[in-house]
Design a protein around this ligand. Structure first.
Ligand code: IPE
Ligand code: IPE
Ligand code: MG
Length: 242
């Protein structure tokens, strides 16, 4: 079965999962971490090369302070507990987003995890944290504008490829498949540039209920899709993309 080389996931629905059970929202985030562990492990087993998870958006900073604090604590503990597994399974860890906005302790754990997994080769796990695609693009455009203003770059040299290489996702291919859980059919400011030709898959399952079996269903659907990239079917036929 053709599996995506780069899978991106909007992990949504933790709060509703908890509310349905009269639990505090943070209980849903705790269960969400278990789904993360299961899906990371399964992606690695199936040979996904790049896995990018949307964990906290720029807009999520506006949530109630206790939820934001609880999420930050959970994140730090998740990373600490996963380091050994990432090393054992040869997973390189990285982050995209405005990392400077995160609490200092979280920043420290992040840097440590990135450094200690830097030479791992089998899969790249990217966490989008304090991430918003518009913010990412604005930062990249500012960087290019600075280079043009300093005379280090000609405006004509700016093309798709250079912009891609200036974004936080530099070095990652564009996602082949995007999964969003919880029934919402929107992108919520995730990877707006990179998703240009990504296959989109929406499921009603809430993120804590998203299991390896659900992942297989998504991959089966992906394998049935024909990606045309603007061409006609006869041109892409037989040319198994990714
Ligand atoms: C996704 O679950 C996790 C984060 C955004 C941090 P939500 O917290 O958005 O859950 P719902 O959408 O309210 O159910
Ligand atoms: C998107 O979920 C962000 C993450 C999953 C981290 P949200 O719950 O924040 O998105 P909206 O508000 O429903 O669009
Ligand atoms: Mg949500």
């Amino acid at each position: 079965m053709r599996i995506p080389s780069h899978l991106a996931i909007i992990m949504d629905g933790n709060g509703r999962w908890a509310e349905q059970r009269q639990l505090p929202r943070i209980a849903g985030h705790h269960r969400g971490v278990e789904s993360v562990q299961e899906i990371v492990a399964e992606c690695r087993t199936l040979g996904v090369r790049y896995l990018t998870l949307y964990a906290f958006s720029s807009e999520n900073w506006g949530r109630p302070e206790d939820e934001v604090n609880a999420l930050m604590g959970l994140l730090g503990r998740y990373l600490e507990s996963e380091l050994d597994t990432m090393c054992a399974r040869n997973i390189r860890f990285q982050v995209i987003g405005e990392i400077d906005r995160l609490p200092a302790e979280v920043g420290q754990v992040l840097r440590r995890t990135v450094a200690q997994t830097a030479n791992n080769k089998e899969m790249v796990l990217t966490l989008a944290l304090s991430y918003g695609a518009r913010n990412e693009m604005v930062r990249a455009i500012r960087e290019l504008a600075r280079q043009v203003a300093d005379g280090r770059l000609a405006a004509e040299a700016i093309d798709d490829d250079l912009l891609s290489r200036t974004l936080d996702t530099a070095g990652l291919p564009d996602p082949d498949l995007l999964i969003r859980t919880s029934g919402e059919m929107r992108i919520s400011n995730f990877l707006l540039w990179q998703l240009a030709y990504t296959e989109l898959y929406f499921t009603e399952d809430l993120w804590p209920d998203f299991s390896r079996q659900k992942l297989h269903q998504a991959f089966a659907e992906y394998a049935r899709r024909q990606r045309r990239f603007g061409l006609i079917a006869a041109q892409v036929k037989g040319e198994e993309n990714h």
